[in-house]
Design a protein around this ligand. Structure first.
Ligand code: AP5
Length: 212
């Protein structure tokens, strides 16, 4: 099964992908995480991507698509995957369709998590992430038991560079799923819209119900 999670920055794609992956054993592929790993390791790809990420802009399609296609060509992605943060536009969606078609597969579900802007600002401003295992927290909505420490692995929590208010404003302006992308999946008959403003567990249940 292949699933794409769509939604604006801060909608809960990463949080829900971690939960669905734990519930279904589906492989979680996050292009944002892949770029951040490259930035951390100071690779050529990371240096290039960071020029865009720091400004709240999308990394160019040719770079992102190449990275994603390489990832899904690996053996662990042959049985299925859940894409978080990919695709962001129709060009990326068509590249994914073509690659999956080559393996006799397709996107089975496109799950659109909808959240309004005011809530997105509050979510991104309060987000904390574990440096070691990547688990996501929110200082009010989903706090760790001990401030600054990950419940799951004891790692240190940090805030993302692109969660600063000025970068968040740019991300919300430039990175919401475009209408043409939503239409792409509506036409394919795979689109399901989920109200992302419900409590975390309710969103997880709605997503699991949608793919059942
Ligand atoms: P990426 O990492 O994909 O960022 P994003 O799309 O902006 O999404 P976020 O990770 O910010 O939010 P999310 O929806 O995962 O929310 P989360 O679960 O963390 O991409 C980063 C950058 O990489 C991009 O800006 C771009 O430059 C580049 N990039 C990545 N993919 C690309 C692509 N395909 N093409 C080109 N460039 C690409 O939740 C947010 C917070 O809210 C958390 O604190 C969480 O605890 C809380 N929360 C979540 N759900 C709830 C809830 N139901 N109730 C209360 N709180 C909640």
């Amino acid at each position: 099964m292949y699933i794409v999670l769509l939604g604006p920055p801060g909608a809960g794609k990463g949080t829900q992908a971690q939960r669905i992956a734990a519930a279904t054993q589906l492989l979680h592929i996050s292009t944002g995480d892949m770029f951040r790993e490259n930035v951390k390791n100071e690779t050529a790809l990371g240096k290039l991507a960071n020029q865009y990420m720091a400004k709240g802009e999308l990394v160019p399609d040719e770079v992102t698509i190449k990275m994603l296609l390489e990832r899904i060509s690996r053996t662990d992605a042959k049985a299925g995957a859940m894409f978080d943060g990919f695709p962001r536009n129709v060009v990326q969606a068509e590249a994914l369709d073509e690659a999956l078609r080559g393996n006799g597969a397709k996107v089975d579900f496109a799950l659109l998590i909808s959240v309004r802007d005011a809530e997105l600002m509050a979510r991104l401003g309060g987000r904390w992430i574990c440096r070691t295992c990547g688990k996501l927290y929110h200082e009010k909505n989903d706090p760790p038991k001990k401030h600054g420490i990950c419940d799951a692995c004891g790692g240190e929590l940090y805030q993302r560079e692109d969660d600063r208010p000025e970068v968040v404003a740019s991300r919300l302006e430039k990175q919401k799923p475009p209408a043409a992308l939503i239409e792409h999946y509506r036409k394919a008959g795979t689109l399901k819209e989920i109200n992302g403003e419900q409590p975390l567990d309710a969103v997880t249940s709605a997503l699991l119900e949608a793919i059942r």
